[in-house]
Ligand binder design. Sequence first.
Ligand code: MG
Length: 237
Amino acid sequence: MRDAGKIVAMAHQEIADAVAVGVSTQMLDQIAEDFIVSQGATPSFKGYGGFPASICTSVNEVVVHGIPSSLKILEDGDIISVDIGAVINGYHGDAAMTHPVGDISEQAQTLLKVTEESLYKGIEQAVIGNRLSDISYAIQSYVESNQFSVVRRFCGHGIGRAMHEEPQIPNFGRPGHGPRLKAGICLAIEPMVNMGTFEVTVLEDKWTTVTKDAALSAHFEHSVVVTEEGPLILTEI
Ligand code: MG
């Protein structure tokens, strides 16, 4: 899990360096795929349920599962959420980040900041003895106290030998419910936060998910293991 997580984290670093005005999302996909393969790993997303690329690139009102394209060129003021998964020696890592492209609005900057902070609020709750929904509640209450909304349609998830394992981790809900957390449980925690309504629409390609009101959306994710010493983030360098 550490190896997979480290490769995902390093791939994100490559993407962070590459995101710029004029770059296509297809180019980012190629960079990430080449890097993952160079590390002896395999992109987890490619072919998953028929997904046609190695990473998800979700620009502006696209919430998640955006398909990289040579026709999608990043413009000044965009935000782009990049989700990357890799598998090595039978174990997966999964993480997402949203990047500004050039100069973004102050409101967009706040959205990115609050979404990333909400991820860490969730991670803080990934401790032995807590219930799963303590993570959900921490994320939702932080996001909503900042006047943004959390997407209901998609959740975080367990991760390990498969990219998506039980349990599902909603980014909303009352605290104190669900399984009690034990040492060794690996979770991919991933708030998707919208500037307007939490409602989303899946487009005809059956992947691209957009906000119903076309307002901006951000996404941050880490794979985390619950340990005796507290939560350990696996998808960090
Ligand atoms: Mg995930």
